[in-house]
Design a protein around this ligand. Structure first.
Ligand code: ADP
Ligand code: GN1
Ligand code: MG
Length: 369
């Protein structure tokens, strides 16, 4: 287990990564659910600049060496592609700042694993869609990311979280959490548990198609929420896909689906007022258009046909994971208040139900593009 963060541990990490300049201050940064992220400010030649510092969540990513090997491989590959296209690799992909010993991450005195990244400036990550254009541009960025990685040597990638989007396995884990009922909370969430159980058959659909060869395995991002893409403040384009911890073999439908889950919702992931939570079909269409424009003509007929199922299953799966975490005592996702996992799971189930209501339209839109 990771120890609680202290100022001393953070400063130890900062001192051991080859950041340039004199430390001014650091502050918690972003709204990711997994790693501990900081912006660290330095003064250099009369100017202030900053870096990203992260303590890797090693409770989840148990092998930091392999994780950082993946990130090193993928970012080096992207850097080459970006340079070949005349782009700016310091903004268009993540750049690891090595430790003072030249290693990709620093292991602190309490066994915490820390990495530094160049800060991608003049770009923003969003937690909800404010302007549909941003969502369209996010779609283009994630489509392009998948297209670029189509020729990446998949066999060199480690599986950083085994069976990450195996929804059937996620369902079994969920049932195990209900059976254990460690916190005695199951009695309070009977409706939510029933909602999942009624859809057990769905959880097999994509993994079965993968197993039978009806869907191809690709190199995918696997965590394509809107706040994992940086939107350029000047051009509005999706300048950089970030949070590369889960880049590994997966289905194109996972990347499409997880973006819809998060970005096509009319409300925040933890909105308490479910009357505000819908799957906005216009945002779904905008994303579909942008994604298909850049993902290349690599999508097979089956992949296209299953895009709505990708959206529904990623949403159901995420809701199941939030609910399982609630039942297990909130050990996985970062919380900002006690019942947040329950609020999160309820928005996901509301979205699933809303997708089911709009199913015919979701399928018709795939036909349109
Ligand atoms: P988590 O796995 O916890 O989601 P992320 O890697 O997504 O962690 O980082 C959390 C947030 O920090 C991102 O959503 C983004 O806002 C910000 N961030 C991460 N890396 C960078 C970077 N290189 N430059 C600027 N902002 C970043
Ligand atoms: C986590 O790391 P972050 O916040 O981008 C999670 C995703 C979930 C998402 C739900 C490694 O993503 O799988 O879909 O929360 N990442 C991991 O918001 O479990
Ligand atoms: Mg993230």
């Amino acid at each position: 287990m990771r120890v609680p963060l202290t100022d001393a541990l953070i400063r130890e990490a900062i001192a051991n990564i080859s950041f340039e300049g004199d430390l001014i201050r650091y502050e918690p940064y972003g709204s990711g659910h997994i790693n501990d992220t900081f912006a660290v400010y330095f003064g250099l030649k009369g100017k202030t600049h900053r870096y990203i510092l992260q303590r890797i969540n090693t409770d989840i990513f148990k092998d930091a060496d392999r994780l950082m090997e993946n990130i090193g491989g993928v970012t080096a590959y992207l850097k080459k592609e970006i340079i070949a296209r005349g782009g700016d690799y310091t903004r268009e992909t993540l750049n690891v700042v090595p430790t003072i010993d030249g290693k990709p991450y620093y292991r602190d005195s309490a066994d915490g694993c820390w990495r530094g990244y160049l800060f991608i400036e003049d770009a923003t990550t969003f937690d909800t869609v404010k302007d549909p254009k941003d969502f369209y541009n996010a779609a283009r960025a994630f489509g392009k990311f998948q297209n670029l990685l189509a020729s990446y040597p998949a066999e060199t990638l480690h599986e950083t979280i085994p069976q990450f989007h195996d929804t059937a396995k996620r369902y079994r884990d969920f049932e195990a959490a209900v059976a254990a009922d460690k916190m005695g909370r199951a009695k309070d969430v009977e409706a939510e548990i029933a909602f999942v159980r009624a859809r057990e058959a769905d959880t097999h659909v994509l993994v079965d198609m993968l197993a039978s060869g009806e869907l191809p395995l690709k190199v995918t991002h696997n965590d394509t929420k809107l706040n994992n893409v940086m939107i350029d403040d000047a051009t509005g384009e999706g300048i950089s896909v970030i949070d590369l911890d889960t880049v590994m073999p997966g289905l194109s439908l996972y990347d499409f689906g997880d973006s819809i889950r998060f970005g096509a919702s009319t409300a925040a992931e933890d909105e308490k007022d479910l009357d505000k939570v819908w799957m906005d079909i216009n945002l779904y269409e905008i994303y579909l258009k942008g994604f298909l424009e850049t993902v290349g003509d690599g999508l097979t007929a089956n992949e296209r046909k299953m895009l709505p199922m990708g959206a529904k299953l990623m949403t159901l799966e995420c809701g199941m994971r939030f609910l399982a975490d609630y039942l297990e005592g909130d050990v996985y996702f970062r919380l900002h208040y006690p019942e947040q996992n329950l609020d999160r799971c309820r928005t996901q189930f509301k979205l699933v139900a809303d997708m089911e209501r709009q199913w015919a339209e979701m399928a018709a839109l795939v036909e349109k593009y």
